[in-house]
Design a protein around this ligand. Sequence first.
Ligand code: SF4
Length: 223
Amino acid sequence: MPTTASPAPRAATLRITEIFHSLQGETSRAGLPTVFIRLTGCPLRCSWCDTEYSFTGGTTRTLDDILAEVAGYHCPTICVTGGEPLSQKNCLPLLTALCDAGYSVSLETSGALDIAGVDPRVSRIVDLKAPGSGEVARNLLTNIPLLNLRDEVKLVLASEADYEWAKAQIAEYSLTERCPVLLAPVQGQLKPADLAAWILHDRLPVRMQVQLHKVIWGNEPGR
Ligand code: SF4
């Protein structure tokens, strides 16, 4: 059985790139006012990454300090993102502390690191990296049997070849029977209308998404 993080001293620290209040731009929570906690650092280098500013830098913050800032937004919905948040060991106690405080919590993760230790109250949004990302070899396939209906799998697609690959993965791992599956086009590389047409033609039982925050605000950090 997966184990959750043991209670950590509230003085435990994490490296934080930014904390901000915005609208969730992706997943089935799209459109919901959300507080984002962006953790610094990522071991991957996806070709189309739009958060390279989170790879380095950031500020060291205690768990208590993070919780206090989040509380100031008076928002019940939290998204822990990155970078790759699970690359910091204190991400697990942060997630548990947020759940204990009563928030509805989601975690955005690359799919390259083990999700087994994540608090079961968290909705895990797990990427499955397509070949166009340049990081397909990093997919940790042992995560797939751990997925449940609280979770979502996200495939970001740069081309028709990526779409065909995604279809094959959905079939091979019965992904749509495990949890909701999200397909998203890489902005500027794959036309949303093309992806929509392929999904409808193939009768794929997935949710297509475009990044709502970019429609509203463009590529600004902190949005
Ligand atoms: S896993 Fe996410 S943060 Fe890391 S390189 Fe890929 S897109 Fe960027």
